[in-house]
Design a protein around this ligand. Structure first.
Ligand code: HXC
Length: 259
């Protein structure tokens, strides 16, 4: 299936979503954000899908940010509305999905592009990738979660440096910082994401969803991550997947969670 700004490919239990505006370096306009939301929502509801891979089309960019041309004339209220809308339907939505999203960063991941990668659960990058939050060079600040998620991922000191300098780091620096998990060649990038997906797909979908909720809880205001872990841990015991996982261990065979 193909829509105007994204390409969707289903391969087994993996859905690959490619942002496809290469002439604008895959910048996120409202239409693209809406299409991404629809695709991710249906993936989240589809039992057949266990992992989503997000990437950008072309050799140059993952996503070069929010579409600057779209918001250049905005008033403060419109800026705030855009930010709140994006948080809700895309960035927070991805983070809270029941299945892991792997960002395969194939080039520039700037501003909203890096924020999209950071909202994903796992990041892998090609060795030509460049990452940054250049918003202060435009007179704004990161508005799709960057001030929070970059700080969570790399710590306050490095986050401040990246945000205040508006500078970019390369893939190896991102690996050193802990901003991405793995770096490979552009040719091997999707295969690497698929290899991680294949490992995830061997495990209990229910338990993976529970783990995402427990990990996220620590970063939410007013929630105690340890309490959430205890609650989600207990809930796993009532599932057929728990019976299958533990029975398979006792029977010295591999668990089968998927048809
Ligand atoms: C709209 C963009 C764009 C963007 C690139 N383009 N980034 N259009 N929004 N974020 C367009 C260019 O205008 C140009 O189209 C085409 O893509 C190719 O880009 P070039 O600039 O010609 O390429 P190059 O010289 O190689 O430079 C690459 C680049 C540069 C370094 C990545 O494009 C760049 O600095 N882009 C902006 C990066 C940025 O500031 N991102 C943060 C955005 S703010 P035309 O048609 O003009 O030739 C943000 C806020 C998030 O993300 C929060 C919102 C609530």
């Amino acid at each position: 299936m193909s829509e105007s700004n994204i390409i969707i490919q289903e391969n087994g239990h993996v859905l690959t979503v490619t942002i496809n505006r290469p002439n604008q370096l895959n910048a996120l306009n409202r239409e693209t954000i809406l299409e991404l939301h629809e695709a991710l929502k249906s993936a989240n509801q589809d039992e057949n899908i266990g992992v989503v891979i997000l990437t950008g089309s072309g050799e140059k960019a993952f996503v070069a940010g929010a579409d600057i041309k779209e918001f250049a004339n905005f008033k403060p209220s419109e800026g705030q509305e855009l930010s709140a809308w994006g948080h809700e339907i895309l960035f927070n939505y991805i983070e809270a999905m029941d299945k892991p999203v792997i960002a395969a960063i194939n080039g520039f991941a700037l501003g909203g592009g890096l924020e999209l990668a950071m909202a994903s659960h796992i990041r892998v990058a090609s060795d030509n990738a460049r990452m940054g939050l250049p918003e202060v060079s435009l007179g704004v600040i990161p508005g799709y979660g960057g001030t929070q998620r970059l700080t969570q991922l790399v710590g306050k000191g490095k986050a401040f440096e990246m945000i205040a300098t508006a500078g970019m780091i390369n893939a190896d620096e991102a690996l050193q910082w802990g901003l991405v998990n793995h770096v490979t060649t552009p040719e091997e990038l999707i295969a690497l994401a698929e290899k991680i997906a294949a490992k995830i797909l061997k495990n209990s979908p229910n338990a993976i969803g529970a783990a995402i909720r427990a990990v996220n809880a620590n970063f939410k205001d007013g929630l105690n991550g340890y309490d959430k872990e205890i609650e989600e841990f207990g809930r796993c015991f009532g599932t057929p997947e728990f019976v299958e996982g533990t029975t398979a261990f006792m029977e010295k065979r591999k668990a089968e969670f998927r048809k």
